[in-house]
Design a binder for this molecule. Sequence first.
Ligand code: FAD
Ligand code: MG
Length: 325
Amino acid sequence: MPQEAHVYSYSAVLMGSPILLKLFQHNEHLAHQVFRLIKHYENLLTVNRSPSEVMNINHAAGLHPVVVNPAVYQLIKCAKSASLLPNSVFNLAIGPLVKCWKIGFQGSSVPPADEISTRLALTSPHQVILDDEQHSVFITQAGMELDLGAIAKGYIADRVRDFLHSQQVFQGLINLGGNVQTLGGASQMRGTPWSVGLKKPFAGPDDLIGVIEVEGKSVVTSGTYERWFEFAGKRYHHILDPRTGYPLDNELHSVTIVSEDSVDGDIWTTLIYGMGVEQGCACLANKPGIEAIFVTKDRRVVLSSQQLFTFTLQDSSYQLAPQGS
Ligand code: FAD
Ligand code: MG
């Protein structure tokens, strides 16, 4: 009888997030290399301290272009393209608003309306000028700031997967706090998927609506319940609407994207969250590699399609609604 392989878990806190790595071998050295790789990218991409390549760009806003590492350049280019899609709510230049709301950080508060409108004027993605030859990024207006918080974890999860592949590791899981990338299945027996919990909004950390099962896929969730604060009886969460400067407000509590690459999952959670259920399902109808699981405030779970995963509802206070309903 084949013996069930043991899963070894390694954890760390990086990017202000709990990081979990699962391997089928006890290999502290490999786990250490993975955490070092994540730290390397955090140091390039963070906007929470200086120096970093992204902070160098932000400090030079309105002054001069900054030449950056090719990987950083490609990620910024990808983030700019997502920001310029028609009706996109993804905006790589959202930094001035993120910094004044401070949601998820100490001192979060509702900014005065005039401060929000002043900062909104400093968030045009068109003002982020890229030079493919120089690999330089120039933010044309002083006071503008890039923020890659909605894409960088996805990008890094994919780099961890690629690194593990380069080390001949084809089974495992990396969770960067809401961004899960799986390699292969959850056992050395073929056809055993990984189980990823779909969290119940505003409940305990182990309270699940249901379970998503995948093999070799990314599962990324963006929700209103991860980073938020309450003021005068109203909740304010960290995904901001670049059209208003206030947290995005629609029928959704969360969007989960299942896809091959986690960077796509990270971008599409934000894009689809902005679209809502109906428009989101219509948009994904032509995108077979990107599938969404919506959790609505009125306790429906809507699946855009279901080719890449299986979903089992566990909480009977939620209703599994037919696609697009
Ligand atoms: P997503 O929904 O994918 O993205 C939301 C985040 O994207 C927001 O927090 C904001 O940063 C940004 N954002 C908001 N609205 C928009 C919009 N409309 N378009 C585009 N982007 C938007 N957290 C800490 O507490 N301390 C740290 O030191 C810290 N360092 C980090 C370093 C790095 C390199 C990264 C990638 C993240 C770090 N974080 C840190 C977490 C970060 O602040 C975000 O909270 C996190 O990236 C959000 O990821 P998410 O998947 O939960 O949310
Ligand atoms: Mg995202």
